[in-house]
Design a protein around this ligand. Structure first.
Ligand SMILES: C[S@@+](CC[C@H](N)C(=O)[O-])C[C@H]1O[C@@H](n2cnc3c(N)ncnc32)[C@H](O)[C@@H]1O
Length: 339
């Protein structure tokens, strides 16, 4: 069934009567290849999402946020990312006009805590869907005496409990792990709703978990990419690719909600043997791929025996003298239009 001609302005009526995966895919491709995203109100997006994914509350995820090991991993990863990115908000050195910042999916709150410490006059708020993460972040804020850091449990896939135009900066880093490709436009619209006029929305994410000369590392990454494809997280149109096609779309998402002055900055985390960040990222990926194995199994991309074999081999190859690898990620940011 070719649904393209039916979509046009009557998009909601069309989508609600669509039942097959192929038709949904065609509809979504049409939406993202045209400019209708900005025209669809938030409530309508929600209804579209409910019709596509009725069981969204149990969405499978590579990250196990209930695990204490994941708390520690995210804290370590924050240090790696901040080193590579040159700081918490390196591209925005002048925050003198900023009063409130929001970090969505903040995990154990490392980015929020560091921002609140650096800018004591700014209120910095972190939200995460996991109570365990928020408890940890609040305890850290308390211990560090950061009275300008606040944390709340909120689900990014639901309307967020903040008024319109609350934040001067909204930051979202590495959120692709747990949202389907259909949800991105809705989520960016919600971020834009909470951003002040002239305020900044900043998205940072990646396409693949590194690029290396290690066969087992590449195989492991491929399993992850296939799992994302099956979980409708990948923007790639074809099976068999090891990247999810997300970073080229970040600027587009911003443009679709009316952002101006959109800019992009790419980063490289070099974790080749002998590089200063190699050991830290070895431990990061070691943990990430260990904790993510139930997701790979649930998505049916390999058996536990196959995963164990690739995982063990990956760890061996990552420690060899000749191992070379880069992890690329991208920030895109833009201003919400002023008056
Ligand atoms: C990869 S981590 C984000 C790391 C953090 N933003 C950073 O850059 O260091 C993903 C986080 O998203 C949270 N999360 C997962 N599903 C969520 C949802 N529906 N709403 C809000 N947060 C969610 C998880 O609890 C986890 O802490």
């Amino acid at each position: 069934m070719d649904v393209y001609p039916q979509v046009q302005r009557g998009i909601l009526q069309t989508i609600t009567i669509i039942t097959t995966d192929i038709a949904i895919e065609q509809c979504y491709t049409y939406i993202t290849m045209t400019n209708v995203i900005g025209d669809i109100p938030l409530e309508r997006w929600r209804m579209i999402l409910m019709s596509i994914e009725p069981n969204r509350s149990s969405y499978p995820c590579f990250i196990n946020a209930d695990s204490g090991a994941e708390v520690a991993r995210q804290m370590e990863q924050h240090m790696l990312l901040t080193t590579v990115m040159g700081g918490i908000l390196a591209e925005h050195p002048d925050l003198s006009q900023v009063r409130r910042i929001l970090d969505v999916c903040c995990g154990p709150g490392s980015w929020v805590l560091e921002t609140a410490f650096t800018y004591p006059e700014i209120e910095v708020i972190g939200i995460d869907g996991n109570q365990n993460m928020i408890n940890y972040a609040r305890a850290q804020a308390h211990v560090q005496g950061l009275h300008n850091a606040h944390f709340f449990v909120m689900d990014i896939r639901e309307p967020l409990d903040f008024p319109v135009a609350t934040f001067d900066i909204v930051n979202a880093r590495f959120i692709h792990f747990f949202i389907s490709k259909y949800e991105w436009p809705y989520i960016i619209k919600e971020l834009a709703r909470m951003t002040t006029r002239d305020g900044i929305i900043r998205l940072t994410d990646f396409d693949e978990l590194g690029v290396s000369n290690s066969p087992a590392h590449e195989k492991m990454k491929y399993l992850y990419a296939q799992a994302c494809m099956r979980n409708r997280q990948s923007f790639h149109q074809f099976y068999g690719r090891s990247h999810n096609g997300l970073t080229p779309l970040l600027a587009r998402f911003l443009r679709d909600v009316g952002c101006e002055n959109i800019q992009e900055q790419a980063y490289i985390l070099n974790y080749s043997t002998g590089h200063s960040l190699a050991v830290k990222n070895y431990h990061n990926f070691k943990m990430l791929y260990k904790l993510g194995q139930p997701f790979l199994l649930a998505m049916g991309v390999a058996t536990q025996e196959e995963i164990d074999e690739v995982y063990d081999q990956m760890l061996l190859e990552m420690q060899t003298e000749g191992f070379c690898a880069h992890w690329y990620f991208l920030s895109a940011w833009g201003n919400k239009p002023g008056q």
